[in-house]
Design a protein around this ligand. Sequence first.
Ligand code: ADP
Ligand code: MG
Length: 697
Amino acid sequence: MSVDIPKIYGSLVFNDKVMRDRLPSDTYKELAKTVKEGRPLDLDIANIVAHEMKEWATEHGATHFAHWFQPLTGITSEKHDSFMTPLSDGTAITRFSGKELIQGEPDASSFPSGGLRSTFEARGYTAWDPTSYAFIKAEVLCIPTAFCSYTGEALDEKTPLLRSMAALEKQARRVLTYFGDGNEHVVTNVGGEQEYFLISKKDYERRQDLIMTGRTLFGDAPSKGQELEEHYFGAIRPIVNDFMKELDKELWEIGVSAKTKHNEVAPSQHELAPVFDIANRSIDGNLLTMEKMKLLASRHGLACLQHEKPFAGINGSGKHNNWSISAGGTNLLEPGDSPQDNLRFLVFLTCIIAAVDDYQDLLRTSVASCGNDHRLGANEAPPAIVSIFLGDELGEIVKDIIAGQEYQSAERVSVDLGIDALPNFLKDNTDRNRTSPFAFTGNKFEFRMPGAQQNLSNCNTVLNTAVAHALKQFADAMGDVQGADFEQKALRYIKQSLTEHQRIIFNGNGYSDEWPKEAARRGLTNYANTADALPCLITDKAYKLFAEQNVLNHNEVQSRYLVSLDKYTKQMNIECNVMQRMTRRQYLPAVNEYAGKVASEINAIKDAASGANIESQEELLNSLVSGADRASKALKDLIEIHTKAESFSDGQEQANCYAHEVVPKMAALRKEVDDLERITAHDYWPVPTYNDMLFYQ
Ligand code: ADP
Ligand code: MG
């Protein structure tokens, strides 16, 4: 099956080209203007756009429309309404009004709001985000929307993201004015690399833990893991290849720019990377990618696992967040050729370094989740400590700025920093440090902490807001200086700021045992789990930042904290329930059955050959019986502490109990069961093992 990419790409998207082709030119211009200025759309214009959208959608087979939004559940939501409007003569026509396009009123009382919406005013409303195009999915015209309460408070992931992009644009333009620019549209760009596992659907369906929690709560290590490094970039299994082909095609149709696909390090692990785009559009695309992956996998007899750590002991899945800022299409993180561009680059770099240092705790919190707790700090992912990797060249430059000396490049070129051009080869910086959570990769930063199943809105909201704050500080400090005075003042600012924030720069191995100790000496934060990290959100510092940049008000911040806490404790509760159920109803009965079989074999042998040496059988039987006993005791311990955790009425105390007291008991139970797996005959084991799941054909 050959795919005509130019023909199908975006064929199910009401994109700029379709709008230009189909809308009356003054409507198109008016729409483009309101989008650019971020103003609400005039109802007359909306009526024309809606009608044309409906005509186009029905031509492409759509019968319904839906406001597609991102509540705080972490997944996307949609409610389908048909275009059908019955007439009094018993016939029907299709209709779609401007009002229906720009605003929806889902009965949203069941979405988490962290107390923002009391039940008597349960309805929230959704509002079109016209910077992200409408598209058709399964015969439904989907309109990307933001979701707010009637008092205007954000109930979703998209609203704060859009606000943070606006905040960053405002401050970046102030800074650009010193460089004689500042009239261009400033946007943040994101490219999210999505990692995932594919296993056979048959295996998946037999594992309650995968179905209920997304990860294996038990499972002895496979006979081989990833030590041979044969999977990374290896030949793709035919069944996976078919899946990927179909996925690409369906993504291209809805305008998601799937670009790169390959096998990842762990067995049965894969990755998909798109071409980057403005943050909100890119994140919409990522959410669609995740949804399509799950759906298509099942059509191919596969199950797609997007949990951060589906299998213990082998790599988990992240979602690297590649991030940059551009003004009028120029990447501001691209080191320039001219002295002017150079200074601009250093100003933005300095502000990003300051932002990441000042708000390292919030960045950590933005990626905190039950699933990511298992991934961060495990041996294949960045630790829970935020630091910045700059690479050798840029690292040296920053050091020299701090020391106040001229920079000598490897090629012995002396550079008067900020005034002369940075060496060109810096742009080809391919130096990679895979262990850093926040790495400069030539003309963008790569934030590697986000987990595979997370919505990237949250971490980008924090990043944009923190950087907006740092840019504001810079612009405030510069005041109304101009020309050469500005250059001198800016250079002094850069030197001082880099000096203050140099502790966040770390070019070494982030996976080493030494780093957490060194990081502690530097005073960097290190929150090992979600329960410890979340309180960072409800500090004066955080409230002040989000309020200053008009991204989240006090209530909104608090509601996000409560929703995250609630989600964490609920997920932990589910994991405990599943562990107990599987132990009681699957593992212990299986082990006892196998022990019974061994016992009757021993008796049979004794009967048949009274002098036979049955030591090893007896040893096995003993191990099975004593193992089952230990597992039962560990189960009891878990139940006890789980009951305690569930008894707390305070969410934070409950989360603390889960993180610090329940987790060790879960690990203890798992160890006992995994030990039993190792000695129980395969045919008796009630669920597919790591060997079965990870090395399927
Ligand atoms: P890796 O080696 O980590 O896989 P790539 O260079 O392939 O990195 O890029 C990974 C992602 O980064 C892609 O989604 C790509 O589109 C995105 N990306 C590239 N340039 C930028 C940029 N300037 N801003 C944001 N994302 C970018
Ligand atoms: Mg990457």
